[in-house]
Design a protein around this ligand. Structure first.
Ligand SMILES: [Zn+2]
Length: 455
């Protein structure tokens, strides 16, 4: 049988990438994430899949593929599927976003995971401070250009620019044919040229099949494409123009955004104060000499939440948190220095504002994608209520992790694959309408239906 790829997620949806690549008896899972709308027709914050049923309640709605030899014993304990030794040889990850990694916790921990060196650092930080879906799996690390083989498959990882460091696309040489997978990408971040490196590496191999993301395809392409540099310009103006406290709930693993707000704080003579969870991430990523990240204690301070006793006593804090207490800033200190502080405060930490009691007239920067569903709109409304409660102004400031559709089509043209499979998009059919280069065939994936790579 010639090599085939089956798409079990990312099909007509953004996120949830789950692909199975099969070649001469070797099986590789390419990303294994949670979809953003995964199961929202059946589950919500009130109705949840039963833990005791492992993967069973997710099988029921096709939210996990019934692939033999993929799952852990625990995941299958109350299902009709029998547990067996792994029949899947490897899980290969493009990057550490949950829509690419979120379902790995169900898989057999004997299956090795291949990921970028930076991804393994992010995993270390999560593993220590909360949990990581990669926990218990053997981890094999790669970097750009360092190829690795799994059976007859040869993977060539090539870095791409995305809203998390350590993001990769792949060129995969198979026993018959070659395919390329973009992962998630953009060109408008500080490392935009890395995506061009991927295009060049992929085009050179003249792939038979290209698996490409299309998050922003069909989503108001007329909308301006905000670059990270523009976010910095706007943040600079905003922070300098604020008399009181500035706070924002941006994502810690978006290192470009961390650097942007660090720079804007520095220019305005403010100190960036981050959460402990972000501090441990910055600490781990700081050991990667190729990444530029602010140093905890030197460049940024750490916000310390009051726990049981009310004093910042060691015994109240987890082992991993204690090392940050020396650089700790309490709610009272934030209030005292509100004009000199840029505070990173995750939405779940907003009740801290009750202790901080900032003077009215500060600025809140909402640095995330605008809500795209009802649940998101509800969350945004709650955030706005908090911001109004403290008398701050609300500012939306964000650059997407994904390329606008024109740039996606340009990547497709330049890679020049014979067959194009759009994934991680709600509008795969748009690829047909917009394609410029004649000669490539569009294959809109169907969930679970194998697609031949070379044929
Ligand atoms: Zn992503």
């Amino acid at each position: 049988m010639p090599p085939v790829i089956s798409c079990f997620g990312g099909v007509g949806e953004i996120g949830g990438n789950k692909f199975l690549l099969e070649d001469r008896g070797t099986k590789v899972i390419l990303d294994f994430g949670t979809g953003f709308a995964d199961g929202s027709d059946y589950f919500d914050s009130g109705i949840q899949p039963r833990q005791v049923n492992g993967a069973g309640d997710l099988f029921e709605f096709g939210l996990l593929p019934e692939v033999p030899g993929l799952y852990s014993e625990k995941a299958l304990q109350n299902t009709s599927m029998k547990h067996s030794d792994p029949e899947v040889d490897a899980i290969v990850l493009s990057h550490y976003h949950s829509d690419h990694t979120g379902r790995i916790g169900y898989t057999d921990p004997k299956i090795p995971i291949y990921c970028g060196e930076t991804t393994s650092l992010i995993h270390d930080a999560y593993s220590e401070s909360r949990s990581s879906p990669l926990d218990d799996h053997p981890i094999r690390k790669f970097r750009t250009g360092r190829t690795f083989k799994v059976g007859p498959m040869e993977f060539v990882p090539v870095h791409v620019d995305h809203s998390i460091p350590g993001a990769y696309g792949f060129v995969v040489h198979l026993s018959d044919g070659t395919m390329a997978y973009t992962g998630d990408f953009r060109f408008h971040g500080p490392a935009g040229s890395m995506t061009t490196d991927f295009i060049e590496a992929a085009a050179k191999e003249e792939p038979d099949l290209l698996l490409t993301e299309g998050t922003r395809v069909g989503h108001g392409d007329g909308r301006a494409n905000v670059t990270e540099e523009e976010v910095l310009g706007e943040a600079d103006r905003m922070v300098k123009g604020t008399k009181g406290l500035v706070f924002s709930s941006f994502r810690g693993n978006d290192v470009d955004r961390v650097n942007t707000f660090y720079e804007a704080s520095k220019r305005a003579g403010r100190r960036l104060v981050v959460s402990m969870k972000m501090a441990i991430l910055l600490d781990k990523l700081g050991s990667d000499s190729r990444l530029k990240v602010p140093r905890v204690g030197k460049d940024v301070d750490v916000y310390v939440k009051r726990k049981r006793t009310g004093s910042l006593d060691d015994s109240d804090y987890f082992q991993w948190e204690r090392r940050f207490l020396d650089h700790g800033v309490s709610s009272a200190e934030v209030r005292r220095k509100e004009r000199e502080t840029f505070l990173h405060l995750e939405a779940w930490d907003f009740p801290e504002l009750i202790d901080i009691r900032p003077a009215r007239g500060g600025t809140y920067i909402h640095s995330a994608t605008e809500a795209f569903n009802e649940e998101g709109e509800r969350e945004e409304a709650v955030i706005q209520n908090w911001v109004r409660h403290v008398g701050f102004s609300y500012v939306q400031l964000h650059a997407s992790g994904h390329a606008p559709s024109g740039e996606v089509f340009s990547l497709v043209d330049r890679v020049g694959a014979a067959k194009v499979v759009p994934i991680h998009t709600e509008h795969p059919e748009e690829f047909n309408a917009k394609r410029k280069r004649k000669g490539w065939r569009l294959e809109v994936p169907v969930k679970g239906k194998p697609i031949s790579v070379s044929g």
